[in-house]
Design a protein around this ligand. Sequence first.
Ligand SMILES: Nc1ncnc2c1ncn2[C@@H]1O[C@H](COP(=O)(O)OP(=O)(O)OP(=O)(O)O)[C@@H](O)[C@H]1O
Length: 242
Amino acid sequence: MSTILEISHATRRFAGLVAVNDVSFTLEEGEILGIIGPNGAGKTTLISLISGTLMPSSGDIVFEGQSVAGLPAYRRARLGIGRTFQIMRPFPGLSVLDNVAVGALFGRNEGSLAEARERARGHLDFVGLGRFASQRADELGGPGRKRLELAKALAMRPKLLLCDEVMAGLNHVEIDEVIGVIRKLRDSGISILVIEHVIKAIKSLSDRLLVLHHGVKIADGAPDAVLADRAVIEAYLGKRRA
Ligand SMILES: Nc1ncnc2c1ncn2[C@@H]1O[C@H](COP(=O)(O)OP(=O)(O)OP(=O)(O)O)[C@@H](O)[C@H]1O
């Protein structure tokens, strides 16, 4: 296995607040890394630093051996960094298929709209949305929108996929289905970083877990060991329950 992503001393400040504080870790090719932490721990900020929607105040982000810390998001997408968004905003009025086709025109793709649509159809089938292709995207329910977010990210043909709470608000059956989709993605060769609040789901999905608390990395290792760590229990569940 080789390292696809290396974060070195990444820090992001917002005025007086340090949302991500001197965080370092690596992600190996083909690995699923789960990131957990209480609300406001800095998880989404960290993903934004990697995808390029936010720039680090200091520190470096190296993707496939190249520093990307100073590149805008679209350049990182072209290199193969794809992400989903916690708040889903499908293009209103566009069909489910065309929402994904738009993604297929960006990222590491070339070609016509017709080709983009054809690829989009494949991605919709992959996430189980094939039969909704011609429906308006803003008419999809919550679980459908989560799958659409995944299909849109996939359409950019990422080598690294950053998933921001793609299981939030789903029931057990829907969570198992999304876990199945993410595992299939990994099996297709994509390295994956997942932020999730549903501990049971992220534990079974992740090869490794990293815990953030007040912007600081407090644990990084095998899921069972990390979840049994006293500092993690105190941070994540609150001292009273530790
Ligand atoms: N654009 C911004 N401007 C100012 N403060 C911000 C901004 N974005 C995030 N923050 C702050 O940075 C901290 C980390 O936020 P972030 O959204 O990364 O946490 P999170 O772990 O993803 O939380 P949640 O689990 O609630 O989504 C929070 O205190 C948040 O209020």
